[in-house]
Design a protein around this ligand. Sequence first.
Ligand SMILES: C[S@@+](CC[C@H](N)C(=O)[O-])C[C@H]1O[C@@H](n2cnc3c(N)ncnc32)[C@H](O)[C@@H]1O
Length: 392
Amino acid sequence: MSLSHDEIEPNRNVSEVATPTKRSKSLASRAEAASEPPAKGAKMSEQSNVSSFSPLARSANIVTPSTSVLTPKKNVESTTNTTNARNARRSLTPAIKKEAPKEKKLPFGGTSKSIAIANNVRRVYRIVNKHTGSIGGNSHGGAIYGELTVGSMQKMTNLMIEHTGLGKESRFIDVGCGLGKPNLHVAQMPGVEFSFGIELCSTRWMLGIANLHQILQRAKMDEVEGRSTDLIGHRCVLEHGDIREANFFDPFTHVYMFDIGFPPLLFHVLSDMFNKSSSEFLICYHGPKLMIDTYEFDVELIVQTPTSMHGSSEVHTGYIYKRAQKSKIAGSRCKTKTFGVPCDPLFAAAWKTCKSGLDGVLKHVAQHVDEHIGSTEKRITRSAAKKAHTKA
Ligand SMILES: C[S@@+](CC[C@H](N)C(=O)[O-])C[C@H]1O[C@@H](n2cnc3c(N)ncnc32)[C@H](O)[C@@H]1O
């Protein structure tokens, strides 16, 4: 049960240059990164006694490369997330900015900054690493697969909180959620209302729900034991499916995708879906030239940052976009509603499950695990296979 590969981000010299587009040319570019002093090799105990529920109050630091902001903060507040954004900033600003960022000098003149990881996030990654820790990078099954390190995911999360108001009222979708780490991360910090992942590949989805099942069981044990610190967030549902079966991204406020390796056709489908939806923010790993000019997502770039990959030396820039106002009238809108909010039918059941509380989500996930992983009754045996073959 080791986190050593995630504790320190790879040291690189990353000097970010904004790549202005037609829509972002006039925007000022300034580097900014949330940070606290580095605590190389910082370790935490799950049984620690500090009594605060705030994730940022109980955290350890890791080191990560710095960020570029392309839109002045005052311009990026959304209409529906304004209060959320203000609250998020109010609660986060003192915790993140109380100390001046300390830069760590790297070989060959590079610099990097440290970043705080909340203890409940660490608890979740510990569980995930124990079960599926060696999977990552690009190697799984030979197909393209990749996921960020915990430090890079935290950095993206902090930027989402700071620049898009990601918070407890947000609804987050990871398109192609793989093993579910981004979903699990934001379900802890900031603890979004609905963290939903959809994954096409059944093996990855099964690994994801196996992870989620372990995490929810841990959360249930915490509840039974009356634990009050570093509590594990449970508002997360991972489903096996194809995002192309949805017509809209509603009800999600934040559409996230680690889209390295997505085929062009899928981008066109996603762009059409996004432009018709009311989702306000798009978080991905391709720049404006591709996302705006080629695939015509109706978005403006807010901020970008270098990120590191788990199990690989690759660096990919993470981009956070907000909806441009143009598509307000484009296409037909989502007419179906759940909890009074526009919601594509593909996501309705998952949202209801998520709202049903820890027991409801745990029951739902346990059923999946039993059906797809846990049950030995349905396992194919040599004689059953022979019978099936003879019948065919
Ligand atoms: C690079 S992985 C990212 C995993 C995860 N989002 C993360 O960041 O850790 C991209 C995933 O998208 C999935 N994917 C590709 N097309 C999809 C589709 N149409 N619907 C759902 N998932 C899809 C792939 O199977 C793959 O697991």
